[in-house]
Design a protein around this ligand. Structure first.
Ligand SMILES: [Zn+2]
Length: 292
């Protein structure tokens, strides 16, 4: 494999002109959960399948985390998007069905949580197809949103997602407003709802023997999240959360997430929406711009 390192903008998607949010809201919040379960531990390291303690980090999802998170959303009256790998849905159909029954959106998050790899296109596309098949089988529904497992993407995959019916992606880190991907094959790409890496709870709340990281407590994380949210709100952007039930479904982190979401709700002029709702809104604005 040779690499084209010519200086050029690597993301050719045009920037979105200033954006308005529904109901006069100043900013939007997109609550996204990644229901990785054990796939976070076996997708890129299949030998972990025989390490029950290592994979038990992910086992927390089905035993405790999903139910606690769905309960929290219910308590606060919020709807979220749950990006679910196909393997998780097949391994834990009962826990996953509670998500759909509570009225949340199910998004695509690969099949076995393998990181998309441009050097292995066939394997990458197979992850997409198998993910669709599994989610369709368990939920009876084809998702329209995609978050890349281990957060990677490239032009061929963006085009493949659009051809597969994916209307939006939520993985990139290069904006505070949604934008439309420019797919390399000439077709319009999906909408991107970019994430803010400060809202990936894995960074502060997950440590293991295989990948030890420092853990951060309530005050550090809550103040970071509130400050990032307040600043994004002032700029009229979208605050996209990248949460994991095996992290934020843990007792202390569950309480801290509840306090953060209450802070957001108390703000009043914030539109809290699922990925599909934000995409619908973005596309309505596109049609309006096209018509004017
Ligand atoms: Zn994930």
């Amino acid at each position: 494999m040779t690499y084209d390192l010519t200086p050029r903008p690597l993301n050719k998607a045009p920037r979105t002109p200033a954006m308005t949010w529904p109901n006069g809201a100043r900013s939007a919040v997109f609550i996204g959960f990644d229901v990785d379960a054990e796939t976070a531990w076996i997708g890129n390291s299949p030998s972990n399948i025989d390490r029950m303690v290592t994979t038990s980090h992910g086992g927390y999802d089905a035993r405790v985390g999903i139910a606690r998170i769905v309960g929290l959303m219910d308590e606060l009256g919020l709807k979220a998007t749950f990006f679910t790998p196909g393997w998780t849905a097949l391994a834990h159909p009962e826990a996953c069905e509670t998500i759909l029954r509570a009225g949340h959106e199910i998004g695509h998050h690969g099949y076995l949580h393998k990181m998309p790899d441009r050097d292995r296109l066939d394997e990458t596309f197979e992850e997409i197809d198998r993910g669709f098949d599994a989610l369709q089988r368990v939920f009876g529904k084809r998702p329209v949103g995609y978050r890349a497992p281990s957060g990677e993407n490239f032009p061929e995959l963006i085009a493949y997602l659009a051809r597969s019916g994916i209307r939006y992606s939520s993985s990139f880190r290069d904006d505070i407003l949604p934008y439309r991907h420019a797919a390399s094959d000439g077709m319009p790409g999906p909408v991107e709802i970019p994430i803010n890496f400060a809202f990936d709870d894995w960074n502060f709340g997950m440590s293991s023997r295989a990948s030890p990281r420092p853990l951060f407590g309530r005050e550090a994380v809550l103040s970071l999240w509130i400050d990032e949210f307040e600043a994004t709100h002032a700029w009229g952007g979208v605050t996209t959360l990248v949460l994991h039930p095996q992290v934020s479904g843990r007792p202390m982190r569950w309480h801290l997430l509840r306090d953060f979401l209450r802070h957001v709700q108390e703000k009043g002029d914030v539109w809290i929406a699922t990925g599909e709702e934000i995409t619908n809104h973005f596309e309505a604005l596109e049609r309006h711009r096209g018509a004017s």
